[in-house]
Design a protein. Sequence first.
Length: 279
Amino acid sequence: MSTQTDAAGVHSAAIPGSAAGDGLAGWSPFAQRPGDPFDTLYAQLLPEIGRIIAQYEEKRSGLIPLAHLFQEHEGYVSPNAVAAIAYHVGETLAAVESTISFYTLLFRKPVGKYVIQICRNLSCMLNGADEIMAYARQGLGIAHLETTADGLISYEEVECLAACDRAPCAQVNLEFVYDLTRESVDAMLAAIRAGTYEIKPLVQTAKPGRTWKVEPDTGRKSAGALNQSNPNNAGGIGDTSGVQMFDLIVGKVQYESRSNERLVRETQLRPEISGNGHH
């Protein structure tokens, strides 16, 4: 279905039938959906959204705090949340999505009510983390970056959690669990499944799939990237540093007017032009 978009790339009309798992945002600032769970949540969060945005000189500085806000209430940063964030910070959907995808603690797909993260770094490995991770995987019946079929527990093996003196360690919903043993893992899983675990569960508004890993985009590229041997090179073929691409943008009003970068707005920061005509 074709829709028009505003300057930030947010759909000006809701997409009928869009759901949590299809990667499409049904939310729009220009169309209300009575009874829709996200629209109801959005209305409740509007005062807090305004408070967060007001803290920053640049609206886009509120992007990550807003992502945390929506994740706190949805359990992950849904496509609807991405669209709402883009609208409020004045960025494109792509800019918001790329920022969120950089941070592993911002989930782009639903996760379990309990996210167990066991450290696999040096101190923990020297103290038996490898055995503990294998035992946890066996007890859960899932692998790294997977969620149990009932949607209760997600499991991840992570880098250093900075608790080397209590290795092997883990975090459950970002709360530390120290000195892991087979017995303590058994007790933890039993308490979680019984609903008696001392750490609060995360909010869950959509049932997780088997994994929350988002695979790299291998779909069709934009027209300018077709038939190129290395279309992801920011500077283009033969311009590995991106300098030539930079020269094409700087000084062009049609491009500069769309940019918030300091290098564009504060011209004194730009490097001098070299003898070959490049910056």
